[in-house]
Design a protein around this ligand. Structure first.
Ligand code: 13P
Ligand code: ZN
Length: 269
């Protein structure tokens, strides 16, 4: 079959990482039906031939003007598409888009005219902000991890850094592999530009943010690492909940133990 990935091993490797991650999301039970979405900025792997490829869709508005994305390319999960299908057939359940010169609209260029995720405003606004900051991060993930979402139903865990401190203290690796903690975005309509703006703001201090009563949004250099950050946080949430289910409040690592970890692993304070 004719695919943009043919004879482009580096691009194919990045899309395959998305497919592999999509499979993990499904296996974890974080991706009911079409739940969750992934986008990756593939601009650095785009060659002249791709730049010449014609649009295979109409021009769609992004809903925001994003100047750092001019001429950029993204691979995006499709709207209403399942993670478990993206895992097996990434190019049938996602598509490559080109941001047009007005920085406010895009077209689909390959392989199929699969309309991107409804959370595109958040994903693209975040990618725009990452480029503005000169960040090396190229991947963004939105998913519905059960235990973290459950915690977001109690206002006590939505206070600044309460969940971060609790989750870090459940197991030493959590702070090591999610060193900036968990930011909080109060409930906002899915797919909205308001949600996108609140997400960008919170991502200035965190790599993973909670969308209250909905899911999380995570960024990192590639999609595997973004997934890992959510995975370590949710593992801690599971340990916390397992302790509560055994009928006790978990002790958590002490302040002295956290301090020692932070110093030895050279983590941010
Ligand atoms: P999409 O199918 O449009 O990606 O939506 C899934 C989702 O989780 C919305 O928040
Ligand atoms: Zn969602």
């Amino acid at each position: 079959m004719n695919s943009i990935l043919n004879n482009r091993p580096v691009l194919a490797r990045e899309v395959n990482k998305v497919a592999e991650t999509a499979g993990y999301l499904w296996e974890k039970g974080w991706a009911e039906r079409n739940g969750g979405n992934i986008t990756i900025n593939i601009t650095e792997w785009v060659d002249d031939e791709i730049r010449q490829m014609p649009a295979i869709s109409e021009v769609y508005p992004i809903g925001a003007t994003l100047p750092y994305l001019k001429g950029c390319y993204f691979f995006c999960k499709g709207n209403n598409r399942r993670m478990r299908d993206l895992a097996r057939w990434p190019m049938e359940n996602g598509s490559v888009i080109r941001i047009l010169d007005d920085c406010a609209s895009y077209v689909i260029i390959a392989d199929n005219p699969v309309k991107p995720t409804s959370e595109l405003p958040s994903h693209l606004s975040v990618h725009n902000d990452l480029l503005r900051k000169g960040s090396p991060y190229r991947a963004s993930l939105h998913t519905h991890p059960i235990e973290l979402v459950a915690m977001s139903h109690n206002p006590k865990y939505l206070e600044k850094d309460v969940a971060t401190r609790l989750l870090w203290s459940m197991i030493p690796e959590t702070k090591a592999f999610c060193p900036r903690g968990l930011g909080i975005v109060p409930y906002t309509l899915p797919g909205s530009v308001e949600l996108a703006n609140a997400t960008i703001e919170e991502l200035s201090d965190y790599d993973v943010v909670m969308w209250e009563k909905h899911g999380v949004f995570a960024v990192d250099t590639d999609i595997m690492l973004a997934f890992d950050q959510v995975d370590v946080l949710n593992k801690s949430a599971q340990i916390y909940i397992a302790s509560k289910n055994m009928g006790f409040e978990p002790e958590g690592m002490s302040d002295a133990q956290m301090k020692e970890m932070t110093e030895v692993f050279n983590l941010p304070k």
